[in-house]
Structures are given as C-alpha cells and as structure tokens.
Design a protein around this ligand. Structure first.
Ligand code: GDP
Length: 444
C-alpha cells in the first residue's frame, strides 16, 4: 500500500499532540522533528523536506495556532496545505494543440511504464473525448517493445504505426506523423525508447524527435517505486528535453512517497497523471489535494467516487438501488454487483480510500482472497433460476444439493446465504435513508 509508513508516522506524530490540551512551542518543535524524520524516511528529497518543515513550523508557532482550542487539528490543516503546495496546488490538464494532431511524446527510463501509459492515455482520450489517437512505436531497442505496443493498441482498439526495429526511430516518427495528418488523427502518442540509465545517445535521439514533431506535451514517465532516484532521472530528462509534465506510475504499489512529494518541487514540472495499476483504465488525473489527504490517511473519497462512476454502469447502479429499496435484490444482482466491485481493483485497496479506514488496524492485514469470491460465485451458479430470485425458498435439502453441486461445504453455503440476507436487509435500510451505524465510519 502506497505511503503506508509515511501515513503512519505522520499520524503518530500528530496524535501525540491531540492528547495535550494546550501546546507549547517546544511541542511544535518536537512534532516537526518527527515529521522531518518521517519525510526523510519516505525518501523525500532533503531540500524539499527542509523547506517544508521550515514553512510548517513558521506557520504553526503563530499565536492563533498555539492559542486555539484545537491546536492539533490546526497543525493537521497546515501540514495538509503545505503538502498540497509541494505537490503543485491544483491539477494541471494535458496541453492541447489548436490544430490537430496534438502530439504527445512519452519519455522515461526502461521499465518506468511508458508503453503501458501510452496505451492508458490513448484509451482515456478515446473514452472521454471520443478521440481518434494514433500511437507510434519508436522504441526499437527494447526487445518486444513494438509488439507490446501493438498488443496494447489491439486491446483498446487504437491503431499503432510501426516499421519494425531496423529503421531509425526519427524516420519512424516522421512517417507516423505523415500518416496521422493524412488520416486526421486528433492525437499522436509517440512511445520512445528508454534505457536503464540516462545516456547521451538516447537523449540525442529524443531531442531529434522533439525537433521534428514540436510536441505539445512531453510526458516524462517515472516509476514512483524508485524514490529519490526518480527525481534525479527527472532532472536529467528535463535538462535536455524541457519536459512539460510527469506521469507517476505504480502508485498502487507500496511506494514510500518520495517521488510524489519531491518531483514537482525539484523539477518545477507538474505531475499530470498517476498510474495505479496495470489495467488500461488505471490512469488518473493527479490532484495534489487528494494525494495530500491520502498521505495523511484521510482517505480519498473523491477518487473513490470517480472510480465508482467510471467503473460502474450507471444505469445498472440505478436499477440496483431500486431493487434494494423494493427489497427485490436477489442472487443474480448479488453476483453482478460482486463482479462490478471486482473490476474496480483489489477490495482491500478500495476500502483504504475510505476516510478513517486507511490506518484502521483491523484492515492492516485484510486480504480479500479472490478465491473466496470465486467460491461464492460457484455457490450461486449451483442454484436454480428460481432459487436465485427467491432466496427464501432455500430449505435444507436444496442447500445440500447446492453444496454438492458447487463442491463447497454445507456450512459455507449456509454462511453465505445468511450473509446475503443480512446484507440485503442492511441495504434496504440504507437506501431508505436509515444509515444506522454508518456515521461512525467517518468519525475517524
Ligand atoms: P516501459 O519500458 O517504460 O515502456 O515500461 P512498460 O510500459 O513496459 O512497463 C513496465 C512494467 O510496469 C509492466 O509490467 C507494466 O505492466 C508495469 N506498469 C506500468 N505502469 C504501472 C502501474 O501504474 N502500476 C503497476 N502495478 N504496474 C505498472
């Protein structure tokens, strides 16, 4: 889980203050010392940490904080605001050209996620703007990069221009651009070569592609798992190419936070997107405020809601809500809903986006085993259509038949049916406006 250590340490530092009624300047110093260590340990750039701590400290020792009735909350607020500032204040959108095509050049080290992100971006543009992008395969060095881009293109139904691996990448791009102009593609996304480290030959090649295409956007793809190193790499690329934005990938992994918090401050270039998974849908606009909440363990409700809207079929969701209200929610709906949630990603990650849940000790070791979901499905599939629609008809002999049919123990079948009924009752109450117990979830 991303930022886990950082979140925990920041929360610990602040919770010490919460226990005190009134705080002194030395309490602030103490908490700032802990915040400083937490950031350094998360691999945040040294100078960024220094400036950050100085800024928070200056604001926190002000009279209005120390004398307020809720000093700890005031400090959380300041830390939150400063985190947002370090990451760039607000979301920055993709540069677009006035005349087509808008040219986007993907650059970055090998393995950072360029090819994957090129595909994700093409998919996003296609879905959100009905765009007709063309991708150009200009990475002729990494074995199989061209094939990988072709596979990605096929999966999202976006054309890929390629000339194999024996042609000069600049020539490939030149021909690809020509084709895009002829076909009136509105976006061109160029997947360029990476190396394990920055080298001059690569930089020259990228500079030549830049010169040829005058890209509207040069997106540097950076692996967030590589921390400080990511920042050095970013500086290297930026020095030669003057990039226009950064994509931070693999934020679904257990990155410590260093890259997310340092890149903007060190390079001056905005993080525009974040990659949060291997699927083509796993590319999100970067919102500094949401990221700050996530780092502070305050959850990321907005992202969660957007994710739900994006991944759920709206019409189906409304039908489902009606069914819940009318208490006609049955096992068919149950399976459908389970599949939709499964599409959103690992359940434990989704739960952690809910405020107050991120550091909930009860969740620490939660792993929802995909096998459990498959078992539940197997049980439902062993029911007759009548049984699925009317769970109340499931008497003991029917349950035994279902257990045998699904290959699951009878106890598991019983437990699943019981849970289903409890869930159905709870949902009916909730959709009728009775949120009994839910408010505790947001109390922190
Ligand atoms: P390239 O060499 O820069 O083109 O990198 P690739 O696009 O081939 O990505 C390298 C690996 O990282 C692949 O296995 C991708 O599936 C994976 N990857 C890329 N972005 C993400 C991400 O946001 N999250 C996760 N978990 N994996 C990613």
């Amino acid at each position: 889980m991303a930022f886990e250590g950082l979140t925990e340490r920041l929360q610990n530092a602040i919770s010490k203050l919460k226990r005190k009624g009134k705080i002194s300047e030395s309490d602030v110093k103490e908490v700032m010392r802990e915040i400083r260590l937490a950031l350094l340990e998360a691999d945040v750039n040294f100078k960024v940490v220094k400036d950050f701590v100085k800024e928070v400290k200056n604001r926190a020792v002000g009279a209005e904080v120390l004398e307020s009735l809720t000093p700890a909350q005031q400090i959380v607020k300041i830390v939150n605001e400063e985190l947002i500032k370090v990451m760039g204040e607000s979301a920055v959108s993709l540069n677009k050209s006035k005349k087509i095509p808008t040219v986007i050049m993907m650059v970055g080290l090998q393995g950072a996620g360029k090819t994957t992100t090129a595909g994700k971006l093409a998919y996003k543009l296609k879905k959100e703007e009905n765009a007709r992008p063309l991708m150009i395969a200009a990475d002729v060095y990494r074995p199989a990069a061209v094939d990988q881009l072709k596979t990605v293109g096929k999966s999202i139904d976006v054309p890929v221009f390629e000339l194999g691996t024996d042609v000069d990448p600049v020539e490939i791009v030149r021909q690809g651009m020509k084709l895009a102009e002829e076909q009136k593609n509105d976006y061109v996304i160029i997947d360029t070569a990476g190396r394990l480290q920055i080298d001059e030959k690569l930089m020259n090649e990228l500079a030549r592609i830049k010169e040829l295409t005058h890209p509207d956007e040069i997106l540097l793809t950076v692996d967030s798992m590589t921390g400080q190193n990511a920042v050095e790499v970013a500086q290297g690329f930026n020095d030669t190419l003057d990039v226009t934005g950064v994509v931070l990938t693999k934020l679904d992994g257990d990155t410590r936070g260093g890259a997310a918090l340092s890149i903007r401050a060190v390079t001056g270039k905005p993080i525009k997107f974040i990659g949060q998974g291997e699927k083509m849908t796993a590319l999100d606009v970067f919102y500094p405020d949401r990221m700050a909440s996530r780092i502070l363990g305050m959850g990321d409700m907005l992202t969660l809601i957007e994710k739900a809207q994006q991944d759920f079929d709206q019409k189906k969701a409304e039908e489902l809500a009606d069914k819940m209200r009318e208490n006609t929610f049955d096992f068919n709906d149950f399976i459908e809903q389970m599949e939709q949630v499964q599409n959103m990603g690992p359940i434990e990650d989704i739960m952690k986006m809910i405020p107050g849940m991120a550091n909930n000790p009860a969740l620490k070791n939660v792993k929802v085993d995909p096998k459990d979901i498959e078992h539940t499905k197997a049980i439902v599939y062993s029911m007759t259509p009548d049984e699925r629609e009317d769970p109340d008809m499931l008497n003991p002999s029917r349950r035994r038949r279902i257990a045998a049919g699904s290959g699951r123990p009878i106890q598991e079948v019983n437990r699943m049916i019981k849970q289903f009924k409890q869930m159905r009752d709870m949902m009916q109450k909730m959709t009728n406006g009775n949120f009994g117990g839910m408010e505790n979830m947001f109390g922190g």
